[in-house]
Design a binder for this molecule. Structure first.
Ligand code: SF4
Ligand code: SF4
Length: 446
């Protein structure tokens, strides 16, 4: 069954810029001279190292165990020697953080115990899939990096009836998910069916934006071999792929405000990259040691989609994409709407890294911030039905309790309000400040 969906609350029609990299097939980026693997590259407790400096490791060998129930294992992306376990600068946490540093030997030798678990889903039980997802260190590859094995075991009082596989990739410039769906449609659907089996969910809906017609065609063809999978084709509008936005558009269900999650309304949502990673783990035994990363933007010579080993320096990937076209104006980890500007490109690919965007100097010029003209455009654009002008106005003045009363914590940080604001006010930055303050106050009160 195919459903076409156009409705959406709020959002903005951002230029996609997908044409820069969407025709670039996924290429293996190669093995750099050093891989830096952070213990914290997922939501939850950091992993705990199970190797020490000078240990020899092979590709796929476990190098850090999960540090708790909500945590993830870490594996060696290639063979080599452990050079150090030391703090390195973490590009998302924006501080020093413990990492395992691996010096590859160039042999790319696999671990002896790496072998397929099953060749079809009849040969594997739901609990085996959940166990494998945990052992393989799989987390949500859409950016959130939430451990998949935990997602697959929601609390017993939640009655899940639908699984959405998110292939929207609404963030401008990024094309990693697009290429995975186009080039690996069968494996994506295998992984999706594995997610459904592991969670006991019978209804599965594949969700793709209509700006990826070739990927829609590839998925449609692959779907024809299976009963019970549905396809939702959604009109391209940012932030179409936000979990809450997707659940509302496809199923008409409203996810409650934080800490509410899609499972509160009977839904699980995963990203296509996660499904692909799970398929790889089942069919080949390869744990999560690599991912597809888009390296793109007007500031890079040859926008590309790479299969990159986790821990690969971003500088290495940019070089593989032909290097900078001139002096870059800004390098962003992720896309232009939700990504974060980097101070240095000597930081590694993490499990949640979907793209690197290089903007030119001209594109990165910051416009002056003007007073609010009360036009209301930020309110119309907010997909969460918030009043960004009032949250940010209070946060700017340090009035965090007032910002909280305007539902600052419901903000999904999509950036639509800042994007649309004619006065160029950095609304989302102020809202993030308010959220950080409210969170630390709540923690202190516990
Ligand atoms: S869009 Fe900008 S100028 Fe318009 S109301 Fe919101 S903050 Fe004010
Ligand atoms: S207030 Fe938050 S959710 Fe609303 S548009 Fe701004 S960033 Fe997005």
């Amino acid at each position: 069954m195919i459903t076409v969906i156009k409705k959406m609350i709020g959002g903005v029609p951002v230029p996609g810029k997908k044409e820069l990299s969407e025709k670039s097939p996924i290429e293996f980026a190669g093995i750099p001279g050093e891989l830096v693997l952070f213990m914290s590259q997922h939501i939850g407790a950091p992993s705990v190292a199970s190797v020490k400096p000078k240990d020899q490791v092979k590709r796929g060998q476990i190098i850090a165990e999960p540090g708790g129930f909500v945590s993830a294992a870490l594996h060696a992306p290639t063979s080599g020697v452990i050079k150090a376990i030391e703090p390195r600068y973490h590009p998302v946490l924006a501080r020093m953080s413990e990492a395992i540093v691996l010096e590859p030997d160039g042999k790319h030798e696999p671990a002896e115990n790496m072998s397929p678990t099953a060749s079809d889903l009849d040969g594997i039980l739901p609990e085996q899939i959940r166990k494998l997802a945990r052992e393989a260190g799989i987390v949500g590859l859409g950016g959130a990096a939430f451990p998949t094995s935990v997602k697959l075991a929601p609390p017993e009082d939640k009655h899940i009836d639908t699984y959405l596989l998110n292939g929207s990739e609404c963030e401008p410039y990024l094309t990693a998910d697009h290429r995975v769906m186009l080039e690996q449609a069968d494996k994506v659907l295998f992984g999706f069916r594995a997610l459904m089996k592991a969670s006991g969910v019978k209804r599965g809906i594949m969700c793709i934006e209509d700006n990826k017609p070739d990927a829609i065609e590839a998925i449609k063809q692959a779907m024809s071999s299976y009963d019970g999978l549905e396809l939702a084709v959604l009109s391209a509008r940012y932030p179409r792929g936000g979990e809450k936005q997707l659940v509302h558009a496809v199923l008409g269900r409203e996810v409650p405000p934080p800490p509410g999650l899609p499972y509160d309304v009977g839904v699980l949502v995963s990203n296509v990259g996660t499904a692909y990673a799970l398929a790889e783990a089942i069919l080949t035994g390869l744990p999560l040691v690599e991912r597809v990363v888009t390296v793109t933007g007007e500031g890079v010579a040859k926008p590309s989609n790479f299969k990159a080993l986790l821990g690969t320096p971003l500088s290495y990937l940019i070089e593989r994409a032909g290097g900078f076209t001139g002096t870059p104006g800004k390098v962003i980890l992720g896309g232009p709407m939700m990504g974060r500007a980097l101070k240095s490109i000597d930081v590694p690919v993490l499990k949640g890294t979907s793209g690197i965007l290089v903007l030119t100097k001209e594109q990165a010029v910051e416009e002056p911030i003007l007073p609010c003209v009360k036009c209301g455009k930020c309110i119309d654009a907010c997909p969460m039905g918030l009043q960004p002008l009032w949250i940010s106005a209070h946060a700017e003045r340090g009035l965090m309790e007032e910002a909280e009363s305007f539902r600052a914590m419901d903000c999904i940080e999509c950036g639509c309000c800042s994007y649309i604001c004619p006065a160029k006010r950095p609304l989302v930055q102020w809202i993030k400040m308010a959220k950080a303050d409210i969170t630390s106050r709540r923690k202190a009160q516990r």
